[in-house]
Write a protein that binds this ligand. Structure first.
Ligand SMILES: O=C(O)CCc1cccc(O)c1O
Ligand SMILES: [Fe+2]
Length: 313
């Protein structure tokens, strides 16, 4: 086995509410570099840890973790619609391996995924079909969540499975860092919003457009006095990146979900995908060496925007 890691923020506001052209150019260059790395590595499998934002998973049955044997992009915001090239049999084998090691995970044989999975796949590979992929969704948006130590444990067993493969494997985490887009909460929601959060699959084009307009409007005022959303938190992001750089993964076991939501925003929990990805790399090969490729707080995108790479030491 040969393994590499990429973790990066996603933001559906890319192209819809852009910051200054120098900033988008900087991010474009970072992403082009990441894509070239992936091209050179030529993975035989991509394991992508991703969140979902009430596009594939709803409160009628909200799983903490899901592995997909087949997946289709809903094509939200500017992302590509259509099927992902999921490695079906390998995904099933991985599900069995995970369950055998005492970590519970749901299996979906037909999962809808959103920008939380597809934007990063597209940015890193140019399409949704380029390489065989196994999507693993970690609930990071719809409380209650499994604790961070459980996410780290999931990553570990996935890494142990990867170690059994005779393949080049790219492990990806997508989301974060600090941010809070206007995603509704079930607690205190109106009847209409509850109905959406419980079973809002396959919205009408009008409903999807309205949702996207709300996100764009929030992006236009994010970080200003007009915004009611928790702002970006550069210190939190820096500390999180540092703990990954230093390989202090076990410190996430003490993370308080409530405190992180308050300090850095509710969607900061998408960093759970980074925790799982780094834990997988660490478990697959012992130590790792990581680098911070990029970080910048970008209000227009509602994103503490970061990119990291890592590989075995
Ligand atoms: O759920 C939605 O539609 C909004 C999602 C969303 C918005 C801004 C930054 C993000 O990272 C993000 O995921
Ligand atoms: Fe997100």
């Amino acid at each position: 086995m040969n393994i590499k890691l990429k973790c990066l923020s996603h933001t559906p506001l890319r192209g819809l509410n852009d910051p200054a052209p120098e900033v988008t150019a900087e991010v474009d260059a970072v992403l082009a570099h990441a894509r070239a790395d992936v091209e050179a590595f030529d993975p035989e499998l991509i394991v992508i840890f991703a969140p979902d934002h009430y596009n594939g998973l709803f409160y009628d049955l909200m799983p903490p973790f899901v592995i997909a044997t087949a997946a289709e992009s809903v094509g939200d915001y500017m992302t590509l619609p259509g099927p992902l090239s999921v490695a079906r049999d390998l995904a099933l084998q991985m599900a069995r391996f995970i369950l055998d090691r005492d970590v519970d995970i749901s299996v979906s044989h037909r999962l809808q995924v959103d920008h939380g999975c597809t934007q990063t796949l597209e940015e890193l590979t140019g399409s949704l079909m380029r390489y065989p992929v196994i999507p693993i969704i970690i609930n990071s948006v719809a409380p209650p969540f499994a604790p961070y130590r459980r996410v780290r444990r999931l990553g570990e067993v996935v890494g142990q499975f990867i170690a059994t493969l005779d393949k080049r494997v790219l492990v990806v985490g997508t989301g974060g860092l600090s941010h809070e887009p206007p995603v509704p909460l079930l607690d205190g929601a109106s009847d209409a919003i509850s109905e959406f959060l419980i079973c809002g699959r396959n919205p009408t084009p009008e409903a999807r457009a309205a949702r996207q307009e709300r996100t764009i409007a929030a992006g236009k005022i994010y970080g200003s006095a007009l915004s009611t959303q928790t702002p970006l938190n550069v210190e939190w992001d820096q500390a999180f990146i540092d703990l990954l750089l230093d390989g202090r993964l076990d410190t996430v076991d003490d993370f308080s979900i409530e405190e992180i939501s308050k300090e850095a925003g509710r969607s900061t929990h998408e960093v759970r995908t980074w925790v799982a990805a780094f834990a997988a790399l660490a478990a697959a090969q012992g130590g790792y060496s990581a680098r911070r490729d990029y970080y910048r707080p970008i209000n227009e995108w509602i994103a503490g925007y970061g990119v990291m790479s890592a590989e075995p030491r």
